[in-house]
Design a protein around this ligand. Structure first.
Ligand code: ADP
Ligand code: MG
Ligand code: MG
Length: 873
């Protein structure tokens, strides 16, 4: 079996499709080599070795040693250098990389092969002593940190010390003597920890390879996989790439950079990147100095710059996706070190997907799978109210690195953020972030760093998570010891509230009112139009008011799937009339109250129909138990009794008589209108009169009357007859014909079992999955929070069934209802209006059982539209 794959100039044993075993990095290097893009030569040890390593008590396949050594020899031949040589030493980097990119999660070691002798050779052969020493001290530091677990702060402290002594601001200004001193001090750090720095290059190599494989199971990597829902079983592990070194720290004609083929914040087709002169490796990402924009490369070498742009085009047409690359320039010569499909903001994902279809790079279907429903959701996230923002106190400004508005309490450690982030909104404030902070970042609402550019760790991770981030905010001075930061005159303490704007980079004191976006931008509208073209399901909204309906329409809803009429009953001018109806002693006085309600409800429906312009509008008849409309406290009872002109005792006894031990299973839904058919009649009149009046004005309406909580076909039969009779009378009187439907919610398990009987009476079924879940599990919706948490934590349930449909139980009942319903009534229309109607996983399920539409809250409509398309492709 083969474990090692070589790559070099225009040649490679692996290729880009072998991410499973070469990791994203190794596969990218092989693919670039094949495409004749300049990469340093090297070889990749397969991720199968990682798998073997963990399955065999941290040992390697017996043939590995020989294979690695053989490939190292090949590397010596193609580079013309020798590992450990005292004239022309070969140096390598040892790099990690799994199939799925986990930026910064695992460890890389650079300049391996240096020791007290090869460093002298390197200085001589390059004629650059400073460079050789700088490379050596970096290697000792990285090797100590990554391979031997020595705290990197110990090394950093020494750098600070020498910079202070030499009065230098930056690492690359440290003198030759200073570097010598550092190397000595670094070695002392090793001895102080009873560790030794191995001089022998082969030993260095194997210790480094061990370290990379071990890093697969470090806390950072495990956290990252958990947060990003990456299943361990989907991955073999990490591969290890051993790559000959090219040097960005050789002087002012060298440097290192990262770049994106398009703007990762906006998706615009413009090159975007950052470049550091005379620097190596992680310097850009770690935010050690504030980097130059990509254009600066021109000043070092116009040729290298032009070549880089050409490579961008090759990579994009090759991978058919926006790329994120790492490169190094060694004495004006460009080398590519990594390419991968770029992390991007939700906005950029949408724009890039749409643009690439228009550029002919990808198909519409591919575009739809390039955007995730989570990203759509992010696009509908809050932004600051401009007026409130104008009045807020701006205290600092950094780089807007990940768009979106966030407010929260300041915390200064990832740990604190993890502790309290689930309970309240926090903003994590750090000098810079690193891989250890990822779990804390996930728990924060926003991230603010004092250092680093738009490609720094904080920026990249925040964009991936869709969190607002402001980075490189050099205005703020953080004091970790006293848990505070200050900006020209303002001191902000731990738990003080700040607001950050990840689009503009602004930082404000206090909380700023935030708004949620309305409408869709052009790019998103286009993507969602393509989504609608391939979807089998269509999307309606749950909307009670014309305002809700307007938002829903702007987001592309094709109708209303649920209008809850009782919400209209709670309006201040109506609640007393509703109460009058409830306390009525006889049908006559109840009718009097209903007569007052009728014109009000009619006007509501008219406004709603008018907004929806002939689209389907499903209106549910009264659903909640009546006691919900009555006052409960003594004070409130007194007040209401007065306004209803009845005695307190009388009202009290009504309230008492309406008390139910289990109201969710009590006198509600169709049970109410069976007791009081006059309520159903009034609501039907309001709906139909509204439609008829509008139709007379030339405005089309399509009402669908929905009866809740049906579990027995006779319930539906009884109410449907009353409704039909009422409608027929009204149509006769007005002499106008109206298209309308009468249907039912399916939310009681029994209704699923007898769906064939019910379907004979129904024009449509709308699954009320909130109640259906509650009754199928026997979990009270209002109390389940108390124990569901334990169920999830103990793995008894994998998913909250109120969020994602329980396909095995609730879903099985739905399937029965669909089959029986369709068999009995082939014109039966099928939809879902529970919370699950906006949940992508649930949408995939209802697509599979053949519903016609989903209905969800207006702000979920765009998410649902994409989910419907993704379910279909
Ligand atoms: P990560 O997965 O954290 O991006 P990499 O393996 O890509 O880690 O290494 C980090 C950085 O180190 C790279 O961006 C590159 O700048 C530098 N680097 C890695 N290998 C080499 C090499 N052979 N020559 C020069 N620089 C290298
Ligand atoms: Mg790294
Ligand atoms: Mg990298």
């Amino acid at each position: 079996m083969r474990f090692v794959y070589f790559f070099g100039n225009g040649f490679a044993e692996g290729n880009g499709s072998m991410k499973d075993i070469l990791g994203g990095k190794g596969a990218g290097l092989a693919e670039m080599a094949l495409a004749k893009i300049p990469v340093p030569h090297g070889f990749t040890i397969s991720a199968e070795v990682c798998d073997y390593y963990y399955k065999n008590n941290k040992t390697y396949p017996p043939s590995l040693k020989e294979e690695v050594e053989y490939n190292l020899k090949r590397l010596e031949t193609t580079t013309g250098k020798k590992f450990g040589d005292k004239q022309n030493p070969l140096l390598v980097s040892v790099r990690s990389g799994a199939k799925i990119s986990m930026p910064g999660m695992m460890d890389t070691i650079l300049n391996l092969g240096l020791n007290d002798e090869t460093v002298i050779a390197l200085a001589k052969s390059t004629n650059n002593e400073r460079f050789a020493l700088d490379s050596y001290r970096r290697f000792i530091q990285m090797f100590g940190d990554v391979a031997l677990g020595i705290d990197k702060e110990l090394f950093e402290d020494k750098i600070k010390e020498i910079k202070k002594k030499e009065k230098r601001k930056f690492d690359h200004e440290i003198s030759i003597e200073g570097l010598r001193w550092l190397i000595d001090e670094y070695k002392k750090i090793y001895s102080a920890q009873n560790k030794s720095f191995p001089q022998e290059p082969y030993r260095q190599l194997w210790i480094a390879i061990d370290a990379v494989f071990n890093s697969w199971m470090n806390k950072r990597a495990i956290d990252y996989r958990r947060i990003n829902k990456i299943k361990e079983s989907d991955l073999l592990g990490t591969a290890v790439s051993v790559v000959s070194m090219v040097f960005g720290n050789m002087g002012d004609d060298s440097g290192t950079g990262v770049a994106f083929t398009r703007d990762p914040s906006t998706g615009e087709k413009r090159r975007f990147g950052e470049f550091l002169v005379n620097a190596q490796g992680e310097d850009v990402v770690a935010g050690i100095r504030t980097p130059y924009p990509l254009d600066y490369l021109k000043q070092i070498s116009q040729e290298a710059y032009d070549e880089l742009l050409k490579i961008f085009d090759i990579l994009e047409s090759h991978y058919k996706d926006m790329q994120d690359v790492e490169f190094t320039v060694e004495r004006k010569k460009l080398y590519m070190l990594q390419t991968r499909s770029a992390k991007r903001t939700a906005k950029a994902a949408v724009k890039v997907a749409k643009d690439m279809v228009e550029e002919g790079l990808i198909t519409k279907q591919e575009a739809l799978s390039r955007v995730s429903t989570d990203q759509i959701d992010q696009l509908l996230h809050p932004y600051f109210d401009e007026k409130a923002k104008a009045q807020a106190k701006l205290i600092a400004k950094g780089l807007g690195a990940s768009p979106g508005a966030a407010c929260g309490k300041v915390v200064f450690s990832a740990q604190k953020a993890e502790e309290i982030g689930s309970k309240e909104s926090v903003i994590l404030v750090r000098h810079e972030t690193s891989a250890e902070d990822v779990a804390g970042m996930a728990a924060s609402s926003g991230i603010l760093t004092a250092q680093g550019g738009r490609t720094s760790h904080a920026a990249v991770v925040a964009r991936g998570m869709g969190k607002s981030a402001v980075v490189g905010c050099e205005d703020i001075v953080i004091d970790y010891n006293n848990l505070q930061f200050s900006t020209n005159g303002t001191v902000v303490k731990e738990f003080d509230t700040i607001s950050i704007d990840g689009s503009t980079g602004e930082v404000f004191l206090g909380e700023i009112k935030t708004l949620i976006p309305t409408g869709l931008d052009k790019d998103l509208a286009q993507i969602l139009q393509w989504a609608d073209e391939v979807s089998k399901l269509y999307v309606r909204a749950n909307a009670d008011t014309p305002q809700d309906a307007k938002v829903a329409l702007e987001f592309g809803a094709k109708g209303i799937g649920l209008c809850r009429t009782e919400h209209m009953f709670f309006a201040p001018d109506r609640i007393n009339i509703v109460r009058e109806m409830i306390v009525a002693k006889d049908t006559q006085s109840r009718q009097k109250a209903l007569d007052k309600l009728l014109p009000m409800q009619k006007e509501d429906f008219k406004a709603l129909f008018k907004t929806m312009q002939g689209l389907e509008v499903t209106i549910r008849l009264i659903d909640p138990p009546l006691h919900e409309f009555l006052p409960q406290t003594d004070d409130a009872i007194q007040e209401v009794a007065k306004s209803l002109n009845i005695s307190v005792d009388e009202l009290k006894s009504t309230v008492k008589s309406l008390h139910e031990f289990n109201p969710m299973l009590g006198h509600r839904g169709c049970r109410l209108t069976i007791t009081y058919p006059e309520i159903a009649i009034m609501q039907t009149k309001a709906i139909i009169l509204a439609a008829l009046e509008l139709k007379a004005e030339g405005i089309e309406c399509f009402p669908e009357i929905m009866i809740p909580l049906v579990g027995i076909d006779e319930e539906l039969k009884y109410l449907k007859n009353i409704i039909k009779q009422t409608v027929d009378d009204l149509m006769k009187q007005s002499n106008i014909l109206l298209k309308y439907l009468v249907g039912t919610m399916i939310e009681i398990p029994r209704a699923c079992a007898v769906a064939d009987q019910i379907a004979k009476e129904a024009d449509f079924f709308s699954f009320g999955t909130n109640d259906l879940t509650q009754m199928t599990f026997g979990f009270s919706r209002d109390d389940a929070g108390k124990f569901l948490f334990d169920y999830l934590a103990k793995g008894i349930l994998k998913e909250d069934p109120f969020k994602t449909i329980d396909t095995q139980g609730v879903g099985a009942l739905m399937k029965i209802a669909v089959e029986k319903g369709k068999n009995a009534n082939k014109n039966l229309r099928l939809g879902i209006c529970g919370e699950h109607g906006g949940d992508p996983e649930s949408i995939e399920f209802v697509h599979s059982i053949g519903l016609d539409y989903v209905s969800c809250s207006p702000y979920r409509v765009p998410v649902a539209r994409l989910a419907c398309a993704q379910a279909a492709i």
